[in-house]
Design a protein around this ligand. Structure first.
Ligand code: AMP
Length: 406
C-alpha cells in the first residue's frame, strides 16, 4: 500500500514524497482513511509511529480548497518541544499549499503568537497553559474549530492538564471532529475518550505497550559512582553517532552534562529549569550534529524527534516502564534501528526487573570489555544527601565555634 491509495491532494503527496516517505506506517494506514472521512479516532500510538502525519495529513486535506485565514484545526500537545515539532511537521507537509499555522507555547513572548491569532492561522498547535493565557484575551477565539487533536493525551493527563483541556473544550464548537492519540490507555484516558469522542474508530487498542521494534536493548550493571566513567567509554564506542541521555532529575542532568564536558565530551542539556531559548538552542545543536550528546529529563524530551538518533542512554533506570518505552522510542523511529543502553546500579536492579516484566522481555546484561569496573573515580557526580547534610552541619558547628571564641 502506498500513499497514493489515500484520497490525498497531489500537493500533499508531493510533500510526502519530498520528506522521503515511501510507505505509510501502520498508524497512518489505519488512521488516515477514517480521519479523512471526518470520523473521530482514538489511537494507541507511540512517538516514532508516524502519528503526526497520521493526523496532520487529513487535517490539511480537509482544509484544502477552503478559504485560509480561519483557525479550523487545533492540536494540543503536552510540551513546548513537541508543539514546536508538530508545527514543523505541519509546515513540511503543507509546503506546497497555502495553508498556514503557528505554534503556541510558553517560555517565549506572547506578541508573535497574538499575531498568529489575529491573522487566523489555519492550524494551531498549542500547549494547554499558554493557549488559555491567550484565550483570556479578546483577540483569541476558537469558535470555528472543526478538528481537535489531543496528542500524547496520557502525558497531558500525567502533567495535570486535564482541567485546562476541559476549559479549552468548552470554548470550541460542539460540532467538530476529535482525534485522540495516546501511547498508553490508562482508565483516565478511556474516560476522557468516552467524554470527548463520538463513535470513534478505535485503533491498536489491544496491543500491549511495547518498545518500538528495531531497538536493541542492553543493560550495563555498574556501581553508581562509576556511571559517568562508563558512559564516557560507551560514548567512545564505534557506531555511537549521537546519544540522548536521560537522568532522573534536573540536578543530575546539569551535573552529568558538566561532567561529560570536563571529560572532553561535547554535551548540552535540556530540562524544565532552562529557558526556552536555551532549550531550543541545545536541541538545534544536537539535531545539527554540532553537539553529539544531549542530556535530558523525561518531560523536556517528550516527543523529541531527531532523525538518525543512534543511541538512547538511560543514565538512571526510569521509574516506570512507560517512561522506558517513551525514552527508547526516541531511537528506531519509523522502522529505523537504534540502540538503547541502560546503566543499572545495584540499587536500581529491582526497578529494571519491573520494567522487564511490564514490557515482557528480558533486557540482556552486558559488560563493556576492557572497562575497569573496580576503579573508583576521583570526582563524584553527586554528593550523597547524607554527606551533604553532614558537611552543612559541620560548617554550622564551625561557625558557632568561631562566634563563641569572639
Ligand atoms: P512521529 O511518530 O509522528 O513523531 O514520527 C516519527 C518519525 O517518523 C518522524 O521523523 C517522521 O518524519 C517519520 N515518518 C513519519 N511517517 C513516515 C513514513 N511513512 N515513512 C518514513 N518515515 C516517516
Amino acid at each position: 500500500m502506498s500513499f497514493t491509495s489515500f484520497d490525498l491532494h497531489p500537493d500533499l503527496l508531493r510533500a510526502v514524497d519530498a520528506l522521503g516517505y515511501t510507505l505509510p506506517t501502520p498508524i497512518q494506514k489505519d488512521a488516515i482513511p477514517p480521519a479523512l472521512a471526518g470520523r473521530d479516532v482514538l489511537a494507541c500510538a507511540m512517538t516514532g509511529s508516524g502519528k503526526t502525519a497520521a493526523f496532520i495529513l487529513p487535517i490539511l486535506q480537509r482544509l484544502l480548497g477552503r478559504p485560509t485565514g480561519v483557525t479550523r484545526a487545533l492540536v494540543l500537545a503536552p510540551t513546548r518541544e513537541l508543539a514546536a515539532q508538530i508545527d514543523e511537521h505541519r509546515r513540511a507537509l503543507a509546503r506546497f499549499t497555502r495553508i498556514g499555522g503557528a505554534a503556541i507555547f510558553g517560555g517565549v513572548s506572547m506578541g508573535p503568537q497574538e499575531t498568529a491569532f489575529r491573522r487566523g492561522a489555519d492550524v494551531l498547535v498549542a500547549t494547554p497553559g499558554r493557549l488559555l493565557d491567550h484565550l483570556s484575551r479578546p483577540y483569541a477565539r476558537l469558535d470555528r474549530i472543526e478538528t481537535l487533536v489531543l496528542d500524547e493525551a496520557d502525558r497531558m493527563l500525567d502533567m495535570g492538564f486535564l482541567p485546562d483541556i476541559r476549559r479549552i473544550m468548552k470554548l470550541l464548537p460542539a460540532q467538530r471532529q476529535n482525534l485522540l492519540f495516546s501511547a498508553t490507555m490508562p482508565p483516565a484516558i478511556a474516560a476522557l475518550a468516552r467524554e470527548l469522542l463520538r463513535q470513534p474508530v478505535t485503533l491498536d487498542i489491544e496491543r500491549p505497550s511495547a518498545p518500538a521494534v528495531g531497538v536493541s536493548h542492553a543493560a550495563y550493571p555498574v556501581a553508581a559512582e562509576m556511571k559517568l566513567p562508563l558512559l564516557v567509554e560507551l560514548l567512545r564506542q564505534p557506531g555511537v553517532r549521537n546519544a540522548l541521555v536521560f537522568t532522573r532529575t534536573k540536578h543530575r542532568a546539569n551535573r552529568l552534562a558538566e561532567g561529560l564536558v570536563r571529560q572532553g565530551v561535547p554535551a548540552d542539556r535540556i530540562h524544565g529549569n532552562r529557558s526556552q531559548a536555551q532549550r531550543t538552542q541545545a536541541l538545534a545543536a544536537f539535531k545539527a550534529g554540532t553537539c553529539r550528546v544531549l542530556v535530558a529529563t523525561d518531560i523536556a524530551a517528550r516527543g523529541i524527534d531527531v532523525t538518525g538518533l543512534s543511541h538512547v542512554v538511560n543514565f538512571d533506570v526510569p521509574p516506570a516502564a512507560e517512561d522506558y518505552i517513551h525514552r527508547v522510542g526516541r531511537t528506531a523511529r519509523a522502522e529505523a534501528v537504534g540502540d538503547a543502553m541502560t546503566l543499572v546500579s545495584p540499587a536500581e536492579e529491582g526497578d529494571l526487573r519491573s520494567i522487564e516484566r511490564a514490557v515482557g522481555t528480558r533486557i540482556p546484561r552486558v559488560t563493556l570489555p576492557g572497562f575497569d569496573y573496580a576503579a573508583r573515580p576521583a570526582e563524584r557526580l553527586e554528593i550523597p544527601l547524607a554527606d551533604r547534610l553532614a558537611a552543612m552541619r559541620a560548617e554550622r558547628r564551625r561557625g558557632q565555634d568561631r562566634r563563641w571564641r569572639h
